[in-house]
Ligand binder design. Structure first.
Ligand code: ADP
Ligand code: 3PG
Ligand code: MG
Length: 407
């Protein structure tokens, strides 16, 4: 496992101190404002429980959504309730994150209090990485240390990820350390064979990851709208399917790199595209579906999943892997009708407990966690980060990590 190059809460003496913890509680809310998925809250518990054992007063900050000013539907109040249930202790919610009143209220709390402050993004200064706002956060919190544990947001240089580190000694929490170590180990020192499974719809965002994987992977399996993009680029008709039209330069470069690695004529063996797809005329759970060869996609067809032959081929590759990196669903997997390919990938990965599996991407993580709980099978690591895990896997520096104290 790669050694983390930043100090963590275990490297500093936090005993009995007040600490300011940045979590990523940007959780999905349903139409009635209820938390639809508490994975990110659950994932923050290890750090909070460690700090509780160290008898810290814990002040937590986070953002939720992308509000314009104080939009109360983005209040973190429901998160405080859920966090309190999970911790089995009261969590004090405060309706602001800066100011002398908040500072006073925090001072008035007991030495073992857990406090959650209101949404940082109610202030535009948060996203602007504003120094004065960061100083106000540090001041109001009364904290001696800043602890970055919001892995999902460390790809952003914001006041609560970057500027704040200029005002308090800043170290990583346990979730951040685990995410960093597992993801970078899988990318830099994988057990081979390493099989990467890429898909989803954000094709241009994910091509840099695909490129970063070429030198290290033994095989790359491509599904979802990303596969449609590659097929269309080869001149195959994909009908009305979702794909990105302007990726030919990046795709040519990728194919060139693949040829360099595996030799002309072997590209399709290394970078595997679907041989068949599931098509429908509309996106609906009740649509008629058909599995067709990629050469028989009709003009009105939408390719919404990989076909059975492809699922078998991908599963074969996956089951013989020692490491699997999965980012992007194989189809429109939020609909049961088009989730067969993603189910096949999940089943293959979890069929062998020896496989080191790292799952990234918001929709992919949702799918994997849902599938896990229904099937009682687990992945080694499902990341809490969407953009953050993608950027870390692609080898980029993340400002919220780099700003922390070096080991
Ligand atoms: P992640 O959130 O895991 O990073 P993306 O956001 O890139 O993944 O992609 C997931 C989305 O891609 C899902 O909403 C899914 O419905 C969509 N998707 C995947 N394959 C297809 C497809 N063939 N056609 C239409 N949408 C697709
Ligand atoms: C995420 O959900 O990816 C993080 O919480 C970051 O949110 P953002 O994309 O709104 O900055
Ligand atoms: Mg997504």
């Amino acid at each position: 496992m790669i050694k983390f190059h930043k100090q963590t809460i275990k490297d500093v003496d936090v005993k009995g101190k007040t600490v300011l913890v940045r979590a990523d509680y940007n959780v999905p809310l349903d139409d009635s404002g209820q938390i639809a998925d508490d994975f990110r809250i659950c994932s923050s518990l290890a750090t909070l429980q460690y700090l509780q054992k160290q008898k810290c007063k814990i002040v937590i900050i986070s953002h939720l959504g992308r509000p314009h000013g104080k939009e109360m539907k983005f209040s973190l109040a429901p998160v405080a309730t859920r966090l309190s249930e999970l911790l089995g202790e009261p969590v004090v919610f405060m309706n602001d994150c800066i100011g002398s009143e908040i500072r006073q209220k925090i001072s008035d709390q007991s030495d073992s209090a857990v406090i959650l402050l209101e949404n940082l993004r109610f202030y535009d200064e948060e996203k602007a990485n504003d120094s004065q706002f960061a100083s106000q956060l540090a001041e109001a919190s009364t904290a001696s240390y800043f602890i970055q544990d919001g892995f999902g947001v460390v790809h952003r240089a914001h006041a609560s990820t970057e500027a704040i580190t200029h005002f308090l000694p800043s170290v990583a929490g346990l979730l951040l350390e685990k995410e960093y170590s597992v993801i970078t180990s899988a990318m830099q020192h994988p057990e081979h064979p390493l099989v990467a499974v890429l898909g989803g719809a954000k094709v241009s965002d994910k091509l840099p990851l695909l490129e970063a994987l070429i030198p290290i992977a033994d095989c790359i399996l491509v599904g979802g709208a990303m596969a449609n993009t590659f097929l269309a680029n080869q001149g195959i008709s994909v009908g009305g399917s979702k794909y990105e039209t302007d990726q030919s330069v990046q795709i040519s470069r990728i194919i060139h790199e693949v040829t360099k690695k595996v030799g002309a004529g072997n590209e399709g063996e290394f970078l595997r595209l679907p041989s068949d797809v599931v098509v429908a005329k509309e996106v609906s759970e009740t649509a008629d579906i058909q599995t067709v060869s990629i050469n028989n996609i009709g003009n009105q067809d939408l390719a919404l999943d990989i076909g059975d032959k492809t699922v078998k081929d991908f599963a074969n590759k996956i089951t013989s892997a020692r490491t699997v990196i999965w980012n992007g669903t194989m189809g429109l997997a939020e609909m049961n009708h088009f989730a067969n390919g993603s189910r096949g990938v999940a089943k293959a990965i979890t069929s062998n407990r020896e496989i080191v599996s790292v799952v990234g991407g918001g929709d992919t993580a949702d799918f994997a966690l849902g599938w896990s709980s229904q099937n009682n099978k687990t992945f080694l690591h499902v990341s809490t980060g969407g953009g953050a895990s993608l950027e870390l896997m692609s080898g980029q520096m993340l400002p919220g990590i780099e700003a922390l104290l070096d080991v």
